[in-house]
Ligand binder design. Structure first.
Ligand SMILES: Cc1ncc(COP(=O)(O)O)c(C=O)c1O
Length: 473
């Protein structure tokens, strides 16, 4: 082990040595980034731009998987955090009433009500969200939802959708709609049931057992391939849940905070979930934070007596920095009208991408909601490309998508990724502060990459060479 490089980790330079990460954190991640040609050291990130140490400027079309809705290092959120630190307040006592948490909860709940829905289909029953629980990650939010649903219903079953991604802790992983992530980690939670997304028949069958505590869905599936629900689907799921005594839970970890053009994606569909999980963008991408919004009945089932006042907590849950960042983020979303912006820019972006990519046979469709979009590819029909495509697939199922990601990054300085549970879908999810001219750059860049994919033999052979070398096949 190269001891000398780390002997005195006093200077910034020493701490930043890439080999330290490779030696002490995760060498395989470094290898993967090297392989993709994406191992770049960034110096400054602002808005949708990432400035690399070598002077290159990249455009971020991934947003840290829907974290940077307000753009990187938004000055107002950074200033709020500096204020909070300067105030030397009770950052995290766990023995006091955290006022900022109360404020943030009320702001989140106010924005999440059914009155903000576009298609007013308010259910007569009061399923309004009235309480919030804070934690530090989306996965932790999902874990909380599982416990809360059990407490409220006294049932154990949890239903999730095929292709779903709800996080990687054991409970959340039990709701993962793909096997890869679970491999090697032993038994998962009992009584979990997978159903197809956008299909209520299978769900109705499972719910009939009357043993289901909750149905947990992403309103627009992210890692499954940016799958937008049929217009009536979520309302039908809600109705089935109510009929069979199960809770209707929406995981808005990616879709929330304006990403889809409404504060919650639920508001596009006029539904009133019993619980909503928010995370990622809630702190402007600067501090770990998550929130579970719930109905009064759920709160009472979990916490409803003095004895149970702290029955479910988390050390950093209401910490001052996260709460202040959350409040500042909501303020930025409002002041800069980023939610409306997401809606408008998303519509025009989808239209332009659809038009630009229409001539190319491997592009099946462009889909999404707001600025949460995906370009869906399909296997080629032409023999030449078909053979290369199969060779790619034999090396690694994600190889084809990663080739597009790599070319976008290296040739056009655009950071993006394919979906974690659907390798044929390229994400298009820039920060909501993205400028029109940056969107123009994206449309030109992806069109150029897709054009090369369809017209250049070298495009495939170079990537194939690289893949074979990397995987030693
Ligand atoms: C929809 C969804 N839910 C939950 C999670 C888990 O969030 P976290 O990584 O903060 O634990 C993710 C993470 O990508 C997600 O996309």
């Amino acid at each position: 082990m190269p001891q000398t490089a780390y002997a005195e980790p006093s200077s910034r330079t020493q701490l930043q040595l890439p080999s330290a990460y490779a030696d002490f954190v995760n060498p395989e991640w470094v290898r993967l980034l090297d392989l993709l040609g994406m191992n770049v050291r960034y110096r400054r990130c602002a808005g949708a731009e990432l400035l690399a140490e070598d002077g290159r400027v990249f455009l971020d079309f991934l947003s840290g998987y829907c974290v940077h809705n307000t753009g990187h290092n938004h000055p107002a959120i950074v200033a709020a955090l500096k204020d909070e630190l300067d105030a030397s307040g009770p950052a995290m006592l766990q023995s006091h009433v955290a006022d900022a948490a109360g404020l943030l909860a009320s702001e989140l709940l106010r924005r999440s009500g059914p009155e903000n829905t576009t298609q007013l289909r308010r259910s007569p029953e009061a399923h309004h969200l009235t309480k919030a629980f804070f934690c530090s990650s989306g996965s932790e939010g999902i874990e909380s939802v599982i416990k809360f649903a059990r407490a409220r219903t006294r049932r154990n079953g949890i239903v999730y959708a095929r292709g779903a991604f709800h996080g990687l802790t054991c409970g959340a992983l039990s709701l993962m709609g793909g096997d890869f992530w679970r491999e090697g980690f032993g038994p998962m939670l009992q009584e979990t049931y997978e159903v197809p997304f956008n299909n209520t028949a299978a769900l109705a069958q499972v719910l009939k057992q009357e043993s289901i505590a909750a149905v947990v869905l992403e309103p627009v599936q992210g890692e499954a391939g940016i799958v937008v629900p049929e217009p009536e689907y979520l309302a039908q799921v809600q109705e089935l849940c109510r009929k069979h005594g199960a809770l209707f839970v929406l995981d808005e970890v990616q879709t929330g905070l304006g990403r889809t053009g409404r504060f919650l994606a639920a508001q596009h569909y006029g539904v009133s979930p019993d619980m909503v999980v928010l995370a990622k963008a809630l702190s402007g991408g600067l501090v770990p934070v998550a929130a579970v919004l719930m109905t009064e009945e759920i709160y009472h089932a979990v916490y409803g007596s003095l004895r149970r006042a702290i029955i479910h907590t988390s050390t950093y849950s209401e910490n001052g920095l996260a709460m202040r960042a959350g409040l500042a983020t909501l303020d930025v979303l409002d002041r800069e009208k980023l939610i409306e912006r997401s809606d408008e820019l998303g519509r025009s972006l989808r239209q332009r991408l659809t038009q630009a990519l229409e001539p190319y046979s491997m592009v099946k469709e462009v889909r999404g909601l707001g600025l949460m979009n995906g370009i869906v590819f399909e296997p080629p029909q032409q023999l030449r490309m078909k053979l290369s495509f199969q060779a790619f697939k034999a090396i690694h199922p994600a190889m084809f998508g990663q080739m597009i990601v790599r070319r976008l990054f290296q040739d056009h300085r655009i950071l993006s990724q394919i979906c974690g549970n659907n390798f044929m879908v390229l994400k298009v999810a820039p920060p909501l502060v993205i400028e029109q001219q940056q969107l123009d750059t994206y449309v030109d860049s992806i069109t150029s990459v897709v054009d090369a994919l369809h017209s250049s033999a070298a495009f495939w052979s170079d990537a194939l060479d690289l893949g074979r070398r990397a995987f030693r096949v």
